[in-house]
Design a binder for this molecule. Structure first.
Ligand SMILES: *[C@@H]1O[C@H](CO)[C@@H](O)[C@H](O)[C@H]1NC(C)=O
Ligand SMILES: *[C@@H]1O[C@H](CO)[C@@H](O)[C@H](O)[C@H]1NC(C)=O
Length: 503
């Protein structure tokens, strides 16, 4: 039993953010760039101070998104002025065009010197979720530095990326860097509440201009550290898909009546039975669909006995593993579409049987299913014609971007991870269980990758949208360094053609 327990824990952790396949990209190396043109990512003391001060200033601007309708527009505007002030070179360089889209979002077009290279895109967002001050060690919009950490809402999600992208490019520009490959920088202002006013408009604009991208990099995954009790080594996970979502309202209408002579069935009773059936009948377990299985087999090499044996032999243990994953709500969320009953409304008066009862259910859709399939399953489970269905909003899971050894964006990221974090030797693709602005860009690229070049521990994971969000000064510097290297790698990296003996 103990072993079994450890195993469940390990799986829960491995799968916390979802994992698809493991790629060790054997035989793939970046082409060595000519030494002379390579700018080393070495920053002076003054630059390093300016770097962290710039992030602190960004944290102090309370760019809160409360809902799709309500955000702190004064703060959003102030943020625009702030980046002008901190990164003037971004606005007066001849080969960089800046546009404000949807009033507050920013689009930079960086024109590369080689028009034959297909452009790419770096994305981030500067709106944040609300942060009531209760429970925080330091006020969430103070940007205070303490014990080597910069504290505040947005330090991980996602002003760190906004500032690091601009910072890295600025540092390259002042070293007279001229990119060969064009790229776009998209900084969204309403990601936390759908991205419809910012990222979606930028996507429409670029589609109208006929832009096609080699790949896109957005937030959405990390170097996972300490999520697996038995796996000491951290590993990098690049999310190649996102779960979809469906908010579905169920409604029952019956003739109203007096409570003194109630009918056999009421709207409340019928609806309660329907949602109870949905809760009791989880959506099917999709374990084994997609590359998740292969990922586990690869990660097995890093796990101790006996987990390694089980994971390496899924042909035998799949039914066991699949069942074990259902037992824990986190792993369960990774193998199936989740069903969460979130709202239930009926009745206005103690002695009146209401005509109408309504319940809302939030489904998060597994990448191997569609909104339509989930709707069909729901109707079959409820199996009651008196229940009506209203789709409040829905979107399918995001297409799974390629992570094979010919996937340029994935391999470029992977190579940069290995060079900036030499201690990391596992890079796995996975599924993002949240959603990002990049979902609006599926028409522009088939290679959408979500990765924040930071170590994330379980504690940090709960601080995102929680309390005490913070980033170490050193981790932020490394993020700047990562992007500084990444932009240069994008100019020089080439996929190696596989040799016969590797096929
Ligand atoms: C661009 O901005 C920098 C920093 O403020 C300034 O030093 C430089 O003169 C400006 N260049 C142009 C062409 O305006
Ligand atoms: C993608 O393109 C199709 C066809 O032009 C269009 O109908 C759809 O709205 C676009 N999707 C997005 C997310 O921009």
């Amino acid at each position: 039993m103990v072993r079994r327990y450890v195993f469940v824990l390990a799986l829960a952790a491995v799968l916390l953010l979802g994992i698809a396949t493991v790629s060790r990209s054997k035989g793939l190396r970046g082409k060595k760039p000519p030494g002379a043109s390579r700018i080393p990512s070495l920053f002076g003391e003054e630059e390093r101070v300016a770097m962290k001060e710039a992030l602190k200033g960004a944290i102090k601007i309370p760019t809160v998104s409360f809902s799709e309708e309500e955000s702190d527009t004064a703060a959003l505007a102030e943020f625009g002025e702030y980046i002008h002030k901190v990164f003037p070179t971004m606005f007066n360089t001849s080969f960089i065009q800046h546009e404000v889209v949807g009033e507050y979002s920013h689009l930079f077009t960086v024109q590369g010197s080689d028009p034959t290279l297909q452009p790419y895109m770096l994305m981030a967002h500067f709106d944040v979720v609300p942060a009531p001050a209760e429970g925080w060690e330091v006020p969430p919009f103070s940007g205070l530095e303490r014990d080597g950490f910069i504290h505040g809402r947005g330090t991980l999600d996602n002003k760190n990326s906004v500032m690091a992208i601009l910072q890295a490019l600025k540092l390259l520009l002042v070293r007279n860097y001229i990119p060969q490959r064009s790229f776009f920088i998209v900084l969204g202002h309403d990601e936390e509440v759908s991205g419809k006013k910012g990222a979606q408009k930028i996507s429409a604009l670029l589609q109208a201009r006929g832009v096609q991208l080699a790949f896109i990099v957005d937030e959405g995954s990390f170097i996972l550290d300490g999520f697996i009790p038995n796996l000491k080594k951290p590993f990098a996970q690049i999310a190649v898909s996102e779960k979809g979502a469906l908010n579905l309202m169920l409604e029952v209408n019956m003739t109203p009546g007096h409570s003194s002579a109630p009918p056999k069935e009421t709207s409340i009773g019928i609806l309660a039975a329907a949602v109870s059936r949905l809760e009791q009948t989880p959506m099917p377990n999709m374990f084994g669909e997609g590359p998740l299985k292969m990922a586990l087999e690869q990660l097995a090499n890093e796990c101790p006995f006996p987990i390694n044996i089980v994971l390496r032999n899924l042909w035998l243990f799949q039914p066991l593993v699949s069942r074990l994953m259902e037992k824990n709500c986190i792993t369960s969320a990774l193998v199936r579409t989740t069903t969460a009953l979130t709202m239930f409304n009926a009745g206005v008066k103690v002695n009146v049987i209401p005509s109408k009862a309504q319940a809302t259910i939030n489904f998060r859709i597994h990448p191997a299913q569609t909104v339509q399939e989930v709707l069909e399953l729901v109707k079959n489970i409820v199996a009651d014609d008196r229940v009506q269905y209203h789709v409040l909003n829905a979107f399918d899971p995001l297409p799974v971007s390629s992570s094979d050894n010919q996937a340029f964006g994935y391999q470029l990221l992977s190579q940069t991870i290995r060079s900036v974090f030499p201690e990391i030797n596992i890079v796995v693709p996975g599924t993002c269980i949240g959603n990002t602005d990049s979902r609006h860009f599926t028409n522009l690229s088939t290679g959408i990758y979500r990765f924040n070049p930071l170590y994330l521990q379980p504690q940090g994971f709960s601080s995102i949208h929680g309390i005490n969000e913070k980033i170490s000064v050193q981790a932020y510097e490394t993020q700047v360094k990562f992007i500084f290297e990444f932009i240069q790698n994008a100019d020089t990296f080439q996929l190696q053609v596989p040799h016969w003996h590797e096929l």
